[in-house]
Design a protein around this ligand. Structure first.
Ligand code: CP3
Length: 388
């Protein structure tokens, strides 16, 4: 059991938000939209705020992190904020010497390559990550949700494999060869590394939800380099362990709110409302990876409610692979954002039509917003989807 206990009630203010209901499998009249990497270099107001501040320092400055999270919500009218942070933040807070090099990504001063390296790293007790360790994160989330009101904030964390790929390689890599070698050459050290990483990243995710985030997304961006067998054998148990840190988080919705939120009653329909029983709901968990079409089912089975799909397979095919019972998020090709509007519009219409195959759909990109994207295109895309 995670030692980070709820010190505040979970965020129930967003219980009826269309993003949250869609994540819970209830199809919405208007398709909710947000974009991975919506906060960041595509926004001039972001680039201005970031001048002179290193990426990880910005993440650990509560006022700055909160403001950067809010920028795309104000500008684009998206259905959610995604917390401005990075997957390596919990590693940094645990004491790992990691930095983010602009244009490159996370870089470690001492890669974790041997069983001895793993033993040294895992001497850091994940249970020593307390509310005090995460104080800047908690403050940033609280500042953000106070501003967001009824708009949900999505908390996120990196999945153990994607984090381990950085830890073992020491930086970005193409096929994560060293990490994939370690899982076979020394499965015990690998399992130890993955379990530790699961607890550290799980604590980061739990912290964000307890501080006020309404949903949680686990990014296993690099899991697409794994075979299904290696994923199931050497990765899935740790991803399940990471998600166990948030899987127990539920909240109660009063009968009236439950009825109106599902569209079976409204504020004027007092009788129906009062009669319906209170409902217990999970804080929804989204699981996303790049090139993970072959892994979708396994990624669902680790304890996700929603699957994020990249642009390589159509949503109707993803839904078929998941038995048509899992809400989906995705999967506009980021490359289309720079295409002429009619081309982008036709692509988005196709994505929406294929998304009907799933119980519910949240429109997003198949990966992050490219930094050179014209932000006006994103705003227009949100307006277009909301108006349909
Ligand atoms: O808007 C959002 O999506 C929220 C913020 C967010 C960031 N990183 C901010 C960021 C999120 C969700 C992440 C997750 C993240 N970080 C992932 C998983 C998602 C994915 O894109 O696959 C990964 C693999 C990382 C590691 C990482 N951090 C990379 C590869 C990079 C890019 C390096 C570069 O400069 O191209 C970062 C840095 C980073 N994280 C930036 C941002 C806005 C760019 C920093 C800058 O402005 O210089």
């Amino acid at each position: 059991m995670n030692t980070l206990a709820p010190s505040h009630p979970l965020n129930t203010r967003t219980a009826s938000a269309r993003l949250i209901r869609a994540y819970q499998g209830v199809r919405q009249d208007v398709t909710p939209v947000w974009f991975m990497r919506q906060a960041g270099r595509s926004l001039p107001e972001y680039r201005e705020l970031r001048v002179g501040t290193r990426m990880l320092d910005a993440c650990l400055d509560p006022a700055l992190a909160s403001e950067i999270t809010l920028q795309p919500v104000r500008r684009h009218g998206v259905d959610a904020g995604i917390f401005f942070s990075d997957i390596v933040i919990p590693l940094r807070l645990a004491g790992v010497d990691v930095d983010i090099v602009p244009g490159k990504g996370p870089v470690l001063s001492s890669p974790v390559r041997t069983a001895d390296d793993v033993a040294r790293l895992t001497e850091i007790d994940a249970a020593s990550l307390t509310e005090e360790t995460f104080a800047p994160i908690i403050e940033a989330v609280q500042l953000t949700t106070a501003e967001l009101g009824d708009t949900p904030l999505i908390g996120f964390a990196g999945a153990p494999f994607t984090l381990a790929a950085y830890l073992v390689e020491g930086g970005p890599s193409k096929d994560h060869i060293r990490a994939r070698t370690m899982m076979h050459a020394d499965p015990e050290a690998w399992a130890q590394l993955m379990a530790w990483t699961a607890d550290v990243t799980g604590a980061f995710l739990r912290t964000q939800v307890l501080a006020g985030a309404s949903a949680a997304q686990l990014f296993d961006s690099w899991a697409g380099s794994l075979s299904l067998h290696d994923y199931a054998e050497h990765v899935a148990p740790a991803s399940m362990r990471a998600l166990s840190h948030v899987r127990d988080l539920t909240y109660q919705v009063a009968g009236r709110a439950a009825a109106s939120a599902t569209g079976s009653g409204d504020a004027a329909d007092g009788e129906t409302a009062r009669e319906s029983a209170p409902e217990t709901r999970n804080v929804p968990i989204v699981h996303f990876g790049v090139g993970t079409g072959e892994l979708l089912k396994a990624m669902h089975e680790v304890g996700a409610d929603v699957l994020g799909v990249d642009y390589r397979i159509p949503l109707d095919e993803a839904s078929r692979r998941l038995g048509h019972v899992v809400p989906l998020q995705g999967n506009v090709d980021p490359a289309m954002l720079a295409a002429p509007w009619p081309v982008l519009e036709a692509h988005v219409r196709d994505v929406l039509a294929r998304g009907v195959d799933a119980p519910a759909h949240v429109l997003n990109l198949g990966h992050g917003v490219p930094p050179e994207t014209d932000p006006a295109v994103l705003t227009k895309l949100v307006e277009f989807v909301h108006a349909l």
